[in-house]
Ligand binder design. Structure first.
Ligand code: PMP
Length: 417
């Protein structure tokens, strides 16, 4: 393993070497069963016990209350772009069967902060295009607050938001992996006090007097720090392939009132829901109604156990905060010297997980990437849609490795000026 490089990839991304070694042993013999993890039945007592422990790790480390179930499924974030629409429309149809007819509307509120929330809006529009009375509402559009009016450069201020009265869902993406834009942690825990941090999600502006249909995509920040106000969410979901495991596993935290009889709702005009996307199907089958991604669950479980032994999300939060600060600082130094240009200001919602910046000048980006690679650092090229550099600082990227990047950024500034 000595030829391993430092991997700053946005996902799939680095995993802790100690876990990969454990998983290697598990591929040959899982939990003393004499059968490897990729070969064992998902209904074996060994695997079902492991699944239960993994669920418990998430519940305890994130303080998930008993009002919410933790479910494991497949299909990634993209699967959830569809599933949240279908399940939440079904819930709404059962609660309010008369909406969407006789001129009334059933709405879906989306907060747009980057390309992943935009992809979710696109899927909501596609699925509901022919449903009478259903409207997808963009509740806030961060692009209106960018320099050129078309880019995602930060979290919009609270004045930007207009939620509808009784939406079927309210959707946001907590961390925009491509654009490097992330909501700050909420500073207030109750709606009586307005949120003062303009880059925190405006819980105080949400419709009152109902169980909030609040849905959040945590794909690229899940387990990187505690989730305050978790209990105020209807659904939190995340693909595993950033902070906690291999691709293939999707984790859902679902409030129980959002696990509904989708077939009864379909009779009322809601969309029919494929079984694998139905939260009720997954919950009734205790996350194994069909074959789950056994190996991905295994690695994620090992990562979560290791996380707890190292101090859990609170500890990772401290480390992740120091990591991102040091990289933004180096970007700032490069900015002053005309070498780097930050795409997102740390104070306007600069992501802790994905720091996105440009290298200024002819061929400079190529020189930066080449130098990084020569020093054993890979995965720094920005997403093809925004270009530039993206340094992903997920949990498995250590402070030492981050320090190596920061030191290289400083050397690069010197060599370019
Ligand atoms: N949401 C976010 C925030 C993501 O980062 C990604 C993937 N990078 C997705 C959704 C889509 O996830 P998947 O590729 O698992 O469908």
């Amino acid at each position: 393993a000595s030829e391993r490089v430092t991997n700053f990839s946005a996902g799939p991304s680095a995993l802790p070497p100690s876990v990969l070694e454990e998983a290697t042993a598990g591929l040959l013999n899982f939990a003393g069963s004499g059968i490897g993890i990729a070969e064992i039945s998902h209904r074996s007592k060994e695997f079902l016990a492991f699944l239960e422990e993994t669920e418990k790790e998430i519940r305890e480390q994130l303080d998930v209350p008993s009002t919410h179930k933790i479910l494991f499924t497949q299909g990634g974030g993209t699967g959830q772009f569809s599933a949240v629409v279908m399940n939440m429309l079904a819930r709404h149809a059962l609660l309010y069967p008369n909406l969407g007819v006789a001129g009334s509307e059933r709405t879906l509120d989306y907060v747009l902060t980057g390309s992943w929330s935009a992809a979710a809006v696109k899927e909501a529009n596609r699925l509901t295009a022919n449903l009478p009375g259903v409207r997808v509402n963009v509740a806030a559009d961060a692009r209106a607050y960018s320099k050129d009016g078309t880019s995602y450069e930060g979290i919009p201020p609270h004045e930007a938001y207009t939620f509808t009265n009784n939406p079927a869902l309210i959707y946001y993406c907590e961390n925009e992996t491509v654009n490097g834009v992330q909501f700050s942690k909420p500073t207030t825990t109750s709606d009586d006090q307005p949120e003062t941090d303009q880059t925190a999600f405006p819980f105080h502006l949400l419709p009152k007097g109902q169980l909030l249909p609040l849905v959040a995509d945590f794909s690229s920040s899940f387990m990187s720090r505690p989730i305050p106000r978790l209990a105020d969410h209807a659904i939190i979901y995340a693909g595993a392939q950033k902070n906690i495991g291999p691709a293939g596993l999707t984790i859902l935290i679902v409030r129980q009132d959002c696990i509904v009889d989708v077939d009864a709702a379909a009779k009322l005009g809601a969309l029919p829901v494929p079984a694998v996307l139905s939260y009720k199907y997954i919950a009734d089958g205790k996350s194994v109604p069909n074959t789950p991604p056994v190996f991905s669950v295994y690695v994620a479980g090992l990562v979560l156990k290791r996380m707890r032994s190292l101090g859990g999300p609170e500890k990772f939060e401290e480390v992740n905060e120091r990591k991102k600060k040091s990289v933004y600082e180096a970007v700032g130094e490069g900015e002053k010297r005309g070498v780097f240009r930050g795409k997102v200001d740390e104070k306007r919602g600069g992501s802790w997980m994905n720091v996105v910046f440009e290298v200024v000048g002819d061929g400079a980006e190529g020189r930066f990437l080449k130098g990084a690679e020569e020093r054993g650092m890979k995965g720094l090229k920005g997403h093809r849609s925004v270009g530039g550099i993206r340094a992903s600082l997920y949990n498995a990227v250590t402070e030492e490795e981050t320090g190596k990047l920061v030191q290289y950024m400083r050397e690069f500034i010197e060599s370019e000026t």
